[in-house]
Structures are given as structure tokens and as C-alpha cells.
Ligand binder design. Structure first.
Ligand code: ADP
Ligand code: ZN
Length: 526
């Protein structure tokens, strides 16, 4: 007998689904499930999660039960499987009594390889009883993030799925999702009672995207230079934090020779549709948009996404930057980041009207975004780690390139200490608090009206940091705020106070490193 080199799953993949090879971690997931293990599978939409349970379903003895929250998707999957000759059916609220009966009969007769079912239906005693009388080969829980209150898709009926662990203790369970942040991931494992599940994350990398964060100075001029030098006449999206800003920036770009249009929820429906259509059809259009833009837009040759305001979470950043380079050709995710973005953290905190825990989540997400922007290591590694995927330094992001240079980092400890002692002295000696602008004037030795009026030119820290430019100082303060060594007051005046987190730097026990290019580049007189 000639032994084939192809494994049983590979044969099913080719014979039933007509595909040549498994993608990403499909093969590992399938092997793991076939061996009886539980798994949490994280793959982006379109990554190929379905095969992770469909292939084992065809190889294992019994019926695989697939929990799915969306009836339309359930229906499509069942149709597609049947077209391939797979014995699949679904039970949901759209079926007539007769149809349900028919499915139940096939199920009991052991004639189904896959049964798709809505979560609320599965935990009903009637179906439970039927399933107890047959062999269940595996349990797949699709859109598993619906069990978590952290996400926006929380579905209370998913909580009941925890009982599956008791009903089918020996049956492998597979949770699948495209959107699991670390907190959601933990929730899925806890609430579905999957303590031993192996986590498989893959497919989140977008290798053709170059990630880049620049220090925000004159952001409009920086954006214009970025477009003109690198993407003149190409299609791109600029994300801003507000409607007014989108509107103003689009006009400004137009005046500077860029074909730009605004897009935000303040435009009427007809305008939005028109702008969107122009974006799809015109090869050189730059859409200046709020978060409202992007869903369902499938334009393969968007060459850049530029963030002039920081997104509020890494998920937003990933989603928004993911809209470039769908054609696989080189594309850039560019972001200008400055002190004003960190200050936004406090605006966000004040504006989050929901519960304290909700506000805390918003803050935690924003802080991760801040860490990403401040970081000195590979952007891609950080982004992928956020989605559970391990990777190596990519060589294709600003930080990877920066680290290849000679002496890439600047020891900003001394500069940080100057700011911190200014804050400290003003508070200890005079009971005063000020915002970043005034603090920077003091360390730079600027005799502004306010500095003179307050007698701050007699402080011992006055002028100690005159050698560095305003922008350099803004970057130092930004870093201290991002690390929460300096925090602003709650009233929104932007005055800064020290926190215990600043003590190690203040005492010189911890060094603070910054990118050298963000210093030298701006180390010029203002
Ligand atoms: P997800 O559920 O992760 O969003 P799907 O399971 O619906 O993604 O798969 C998305 C598409 O990719 C489908 O059209 C599917 O046929 C295709 N696909 C999945 N795995 C493979 C593979 N190994 N080879 C080729 N095509 C695949
Ligand atoms: Zn990198």
C-alpha cells in the first residue's frame, strides 16, 4: 500500500472544502481538538476560524454542536456545508415547528455531523435531553467574546454556556473569536470554564504595513509633508478626534493642494454616501474622518492611514490602521503624538459618564495606547502581543529602524528630574500647581509676564534646562504623564502634580529613556 503523506485533516480539507493547505494555526488547532483538548482560537475576521471546528467535526465520531449568535451567519454556514455534502443543520427561532422537528429527528438518528444552534436554545432542557442521548463530538462556541461584559457585544444568554462544562466534561470545547483583548480573553476562559484551554492566536499580522509614530509639533504641516513626500496623489485616510477638526483639516488640506473630503456623523446621510463613493472611485482622495468612517469600506489600495489625534485604544488603532494596504502592497500607518494627546486622557476620564468601572476600562484601554505610542520597542510585536500573538521584532516599523541606528536612545532622566523638582518645589515651597507650559517656561528660564509676576525666576530650578527646546520639553513632560509620574487635576485646568510613581526617577534609581531622534530633531531655538 502506498502511504500518503497527507494527514487525515488535510485530506478532509482538500476533499470536502477544496483547499490546498491549512492557514496559520488551523492545523495545530485541529490536531489539539482531535486529541481532546480545549482551545481558545483568536483569528481576525476572515482568518478561517470555521474550519477549526468543521474539519474535526467530520473526522470525530458523533455530532459537533456549534453555538452561534447570529442566525443569518448560521444559515449561510449550513447552506455552504450542505452544498459540499456535509450533513449540517441548524436550530433557531426562524424555523417552523415542523422544520425543528425534522432537525431533531436527524439529530437523534445520528445523521448530523454539525448542528448549529443559538445559545439560548442550546441550554433549554428539551435540546439538552436530545443531546444527552447522542454522542457529541465537540462543542464550538463562536463569537466567544459575547460572554464578556468588556466588549460591546455582550450577550447575557452566553453566560449560561458555562454549564456545558458540567454536561460534557470529556468533550473538547472550542471558543472562537476575532476580538479578544487580554481582559476579554481572561473573561472567556473564566466564564466558559476553560481553565486548561490552549490559546491559539494567529493571523493578526499585516506585514505590508509600516508603523510609525512621530512627535507632534505642527501637526498640519507634518501631515502635509508626509502626504506630499510619500503619498502624493494616493488614497489615504486621516483620522481626527472630532467633527470640527475633520471639517477644518479637510478644508486646509484642500487649500494646500490635496484632494480631501471630510467624513463624520455630523454630515447628513446623503453627503456621507457621496463622500464615501468618491473615496472609493477617486484614486487620490484623502478622507479626513472621525471614527464614524471605515466600517464596511473595502478599498484595497488605501496607501496610508494618518492619525492626527490618538485613538482611544489599541483595538481602535488596529482596526483603523487595518484599512490600509488590503491589496498587500506597501502601506503606512502614521501617527502624530504629542502632549495634547496625553492630556486627552483626562478629558476622556471626565467625559465617561458611565459607571466607575466603565470609566476604569476606558482609562486602562487608553493607557495601553499611550504605552504603545511612547514605547521604544517594535510596534508590531506590541500590537500582536495585544491580540495574543507572539512575534519577533519586525524590522519594518519606526522603532525597529531607530534601534538599528547608532546610539538610538537618549537618557532623559536628568531632564525629567528638572521638571519633577520644579513641580515639587512649587508645591512644597509655595503650595502652587501649574500646567506644562508654565513649568517649561521656568526650566527653560523664560521671563514671561507670569513667571516674573509670580517671582518664579528666583526659583533655583529657573533656567536649569535652557539647552533644550520647548518641543523637547513637551516630549519629556508627555512621557512623565504617560507613565503617570505626573497627573493632572480633576477639574480640567491641566495643572500637574507628582505621584509616587515618579519617586524612583526623582531619586535617580530609575532611568528614563527616550528616542534620540525626538530630541535632536527638535533641539533648535524656538
Ligand atoms: P472567520 O470565521 O475566521 O471569519 P471563515 O472561517 O469564514 O473566517 O473563513 C474565511 C474564508 O477563508 C472562507 O471563505 C474560507 O473558505 C476561507 N479559508 C479558510 N481557511 C482556508 C484555507 N486553509 N485555505 C483556503 N481558504 C480558506
Ligand atoms: Zn518592528
Amino acid at each position: 500500500m502506498v502511504s500518503s503523506a497527507r494527514s487525515a485533516p488535510e485530506k478532509v480539507l482538500g476533499r470536502v472544502f477544496g483547499h490546498q493547505a491549512f492557514r496559520m494555526q488551523q492545523a495545530q488547532v485541529i490536531e489539539h481538538v482531535m486529541a481532546g483538548g480545549d482551545a481558545l482560537v483568536l483569528m481576525p475576521t476572515g482568518g478561517g476560524k470555521s474550519l477549526c471546528y468543521q474539519v474535526p467535526a467530520l473526522l470525530l465520531d458523533g455530532t459537533a454542536v456549534v453555538v452561534s449568535p447570529l442566525i443569518a451567519l448560521m444559515h449561510d454556514q449550513v447552506q455552504a456545508l450542505r452544498a459540499r455534502g456535509v450533513r449540517a443543520a441548524s436550530l433557531n427561532s426562524t424555523l417552523t415547528h415542523e422544520q425543528s422537528k425534522g432537525v431533531e429527528q436527524s439529530l437523534s438518528a445520528g445523521e448530523l455531523d454539525l448542528l448549529y444552534v443559538a445559545p439560548e436554545r442550546l441550554v433549554r432542557p428539551r435540546l439538552m435531553q436530545l443531546l444527552k442521548n447522542i454522542k457529541v463530538s465537540l462543542l464550538a462556541i463562536d463569537e466567544a467574546h459575547c460572554v464578556s461584559q468588556w466588549g460591546h457585544d455582550f450577550r447575557p444568554e452566553y453566560l449560561a454556556l458555562e454549564s456545558l462544562a458540567d454536561h460534557w466534561p470529556g468533550v473538547p470545547r472550542l471558543a472562537l473569536t476575532a476580538t479578544a483583548t487580554p481582559a476579554t480573553r481572561k473573561d472567556i476562559l473564566d466564564r466558559l470554564r476553560l481553565p486548561h484551554a490552549t490559546i491559539f492566536a494567529s493571523g493578526f499580522d499585516r506585514p505590508n504595513i509600516f508603523y510609525e509614530v512621530v512627535d507632534k509639533a505642527d501637526v498640519r504641516a507634518q501631515l502635509l509633508a508626509f502626504i506630499n513626500t510619500r503619498y502624493r496623489g494616493r488614497s489615504g485616510i486621516v483620522y481626527t478626534a472630532s467633527r470640527a477638526r475633520a471639517q477644518a483639516l479637510a478644508s486646509w488640506l484642500n487649500r494646500h493642494g490635496i484632494n480631501a473630503l471630510p467624513y463624520h456623523a455630523g454630515l447628513d446621510r446623503e453627503q456621507r454616501t457621496r463622500h464615501q463613493a468618491r473615496f472609493v472611485s477617486e484614486p487620490d482622495l484623502v478622507m479626513v474622518a472621525t471614527i464614524a468612517f471605515g466600517m464596511g469600506i473595502d478599498k484595497p489600495d488605501v496607501r496610508f492611514v494618518a492619525h492626527v489625534d490618538m485613538p482611544r485604544s489599541l483595538e481602535h488603532y488596529y482596526q483603523e490602521t487595518g484599512r490600509v494596504g488590503r491589496d498587500g502592497q506597501p502601506a503606512t500607518a502614521w501617527m502624530a503624538y504629542g502632549l495634547s494627546d496625553v492630556a486627552q486622557r483626562y478629558t476622556l476620564a471626565r467625559e465617561t459618564e458611565a459607571s466607575a468601572s466603565q470609566a476604569q476600562r476606558v482609562m486602562a484601554s487608553f493607557d495601553q495606547m499611550l504605552q504603545f505610542a511612547e514605547s521604544l520597542t517594535c510596534r508590531r510585536v506590541q500590537l500582536l502581543a495585544h491580540f495574543g500573538q507572539d512575534s519577533h521584532a519586525c524590522g519594518h516599523c519606526d522603532n525597529c529602524q531607530m534601534l538599528q541606528r547608532d546610539q538610538p536612545l537618549w537618557d532623559a532622566t536628568e531632564a525629567a528630574q528638572m521638571v519633577l523638582s520644579t513641580v515639587y518645589r512649587l508645591w512644597r515651597e509655595r503650595g502652587q500647581r501649574y500646567g506644562s507650559g508654565h513649568l517649561i517656561d521656568i526650566v527653560r528660564g523664560k521671563r514671561t509676564t507670569r513667571v516674573v509676576a509670580q517671582g518664579h525666576d528666583s526659583l533655583s530650578v529657573f533656567g536649569v534646562g535652557a539647552q533644550w527646546s520647548v518641543l523637547t520639553w513637551r516630549n519629556v513632560v508627555r512621557r512623565l504623564m504617560a507613565e503617570q509620574m505626573l497627573v493632572t487635576d480633576d477639574e480640567g485646568y491641566g495643572t500637574l502634580a507628582m505621584t509616587p510613581a515618579s519617586v524612583p526617577v526623582f531619586k535617580g534609581e530609575r532611568r528614563l529613556w527616550m528616542r534620540r531622534d525626538s530630541i535632536s530633531q527638535m533641539d533648535r531655538p524656538d
